[in-house]
Write a protein that binds this ligand. Structure first.
Ligand code: URA
Length: 190
């Protein structure tokens, strides 16, 4: 039987494919509109996300919210998920084997939601979804066409907390994302 987002979430909730299944408090499946035109994909849940089961609710998430607000993209209208659905201990980088085991859930989410645009939040997500050798410093804000979907990457909000000088680039990228999104929606209307 075909998955729905709800049945996929249920499968995910009982997932023990990798060792993170034993250490998580909650899976962090994804939140937002099931009909979202725009999808953000981060790396993996942090502590607050693990505790609440919701992506991007900690400090990095609050900064992401500020950028969404600044470019007039309501958070409820987008869908936000991660490459990994479970928190790696001490927020270490995801292991390639964990990504390999978890990515099917994200692919199924994308198939079900069918966004017009995917924005990778940070290097780890971009290296998985755009190109293995993606260079976030050079290539953030560049758009790539993949099938029916535009895909781009911006700095991870946690990187902006560590280096606030990057915020200027982030704002520029986010404005462009909003413009492109409006263009894509406009094409639909004609
Ligand atoms: N960082 C991520 O990559 N994802 C989250 O959900 C929170 C922080």
């Amino acid at each position: 039987m075909e998955d729905t987002l709800q049945s996929l979430k249920e499968r995910c909730t009982s997932c023990q494919r990798c060792a993170l299944g034993a250490t998580r408090t909650n899976i962090v499946f994804g939140v937002g509109s099931e009909n979202a035109d725009l999808m953000f994909v981060g790396e993996a849940p942090g502590e607050q996300e693990d505790l609440t089961g919701t992506p991007f609710v900690g400090r990095a998430g609050q900064l992401l919210d500020k950028f969404l607000f600044a470019v007039d993209i309501p958070r409820e209208e987008v869908y936000i998920a991660n490459i990994l659905k479970c928190r790696p201990p001490k927020n270490r980088d995801p292991l390639p084997a964990e990504e390999d085991l978890c990515i099917e859930y994200l692919r199924e989410q994308v198939r079900l939601i069918r966004p017009k645009m995917i924005v990778c939040l940070g290097r780890i997500s971009a290296m998985r979804l755009i190109r293995e050798d993606f260079k976030i410093t050079k290539e953030h804000g560049t758009f790539f066409q993949k099938g029916n979907c535009l895909i781009t990457a911006v700095y991870h909000p946690a990187a902006l907390l560590r280096d606030p000088r990057k915020k200027e680039d982030m704002l520029r990228d986010m404005k462009r994302i909003k413009e492109k999104l409006d263009e894509l929606k406009g094409q639909d209307a004609t």
